[in-house]
Design a protein around this ligand. Structure first.
Ligand code: IPD
Ligand code: CA
Ligand code: CA
Length: 321
């Protein structure tokens, strides 16, 4: 297929590809449905630097567009439910660990939209994780509301997080903040982007080079006492860093990618909290510590995303990699 260029030519190429598929009698649903996603999806600009399209260009492009579109719709649903949060029945999954009808409704919405568009793909969502089995080649990893505690308390710092992982590698990451109408999105190799009010720009991590100048978020759950967080905060304070915990791991990673934070660390996070945000940081030119692949997604793992300038100091402080 010919090179894909900016603007409507990408739509033309998509339709062309679809017609070719139909003509060859091998247009699966995967090929047909995403064209609809792509017509509606707001695209990031593509430039010569992106090089020639990969062999699998169409399916990944369709998934990238779908991830943004579904995150946007899921975010609208979250915003509606946020306004009605006082009427939501809240269940305790454990100490300081909550879930409500909102989390489940949004996850069901995302799962059904993705299953309709990509019926062969697997789905790992926080609220249905118990039924996830195996190590599939194509899998969506989703947190319907990251920052549930904030959401339920009326704090406008939560997001929808959607990652698409192929053969164990995260290819697409989308984090949508519905309260501020900010969409952070990345496709591997094509940079990280922020879209807001019709404006789309490439984002980059800050140029912070030393912990003494850094603003670092230390995410932590509050489910049991974890003295390592106290030690980490102490070490960061000793190094002169400012620290925060804003309560939504995926959004804090997106904010590292956008240069608003210089780093984010959490000692124990699940794949649905981490994968989309880690790709954003990577594509924004930052450093990410290795996160386990699908065969180890049953267990939470340490997460780090930060500028390259503070990576060495932060990694040795955490001591997990
Ligand atoms: C939580 C948030 C929080 C982090 C916890 C996560 P949830 O996810 O990301 O910032 O510290 O470890 O479990 O429960 O709001 O989806
Ligand atoms: Ca989460
Ligand atoms: Ca969640």
């Amino acid at each position: 297929m010919s090179r894909i260029r900016v603007g409507n030519s990408s739509f033309a190429a998509t339709r062309f590809w679809n017609i070719v598929c139909l003509a060859r009698g091998r247009c699966e649903r995967n090929d047909a449905v995403p064209v609809e996603w792509m017509k509606r999806a707001p695209f990031r600009p593509m430039t010569a630097q992106h090089g020639a399209p990969r062999k699998d260009f169409m399916p990944l492009t369709a998934r990238y567009a779908a991830a943004q579109q579904v995150a946007l719709k899921a975010g609208e649903l979250a915003r509606d439910l946020f306004a009605k949060r006082d009427s939501l029945i809240v269940e305790h999954k454990g100490a300081q660990n909550f879930v409500s009808r909102a989390d489940r409704a949004i996850e069901d919405f995302i799962a059904s939209k993705l299953a309709a568009a990509f019926p062969g793909d697997a789905f790992l969502g926080e609220e249905s994780a118990a039924s996830f089995a195996g190590v599939p080649e194509h899998v969506w990893v989703v947190d319907p509301i990251d920052g549930t505690h904030n959401f339920l308390r009326g704090l406008r710092y939560y997001c929808v997080s959607i990652a698409y992982v192929e053969l164990g590698r995260t290819e697409v990451g989308v984090v949508y903040d519905p309260e501020h109408h900010e969409m952070f999105h990345a496709r591997r190799g094509e940079g990280a982007w922020r879209r807001h009010a019709g404006d789309q720009r490439r984002i980059a991590v800050s140029d912070c080079k030393a912990l003494k100048d850094a603003l670092v978020a230390i995410g932590h759950h509050d489910r049991f006492v974890e003295p390592r967080y106290l030690a980490l905060r102490h070490a960061l304070m000793d190094a002169g860093a400012a620290t925060r915990n804003l309560g939504a791991g995926a959004l804090q990673l997106a904010h590292v990618a956008a240069g608003r934070l210089d780093g984010f660390v959490e000692l124990s996070l699940n794949a649905w909290d981490a994968l989309a945000g880690l790709l954003l940081v990577e594509e924004a030119g930052g450093h990410v510590a290795p996160f386990p692949g699908p065969e180890r997604w049953r267990d939470p793992a340490p997460v780090l995303g930060c500028t390259r300038g503070i990576a060495g100091a932060l990694e040795s402080m955490v001591g997990a990699w």
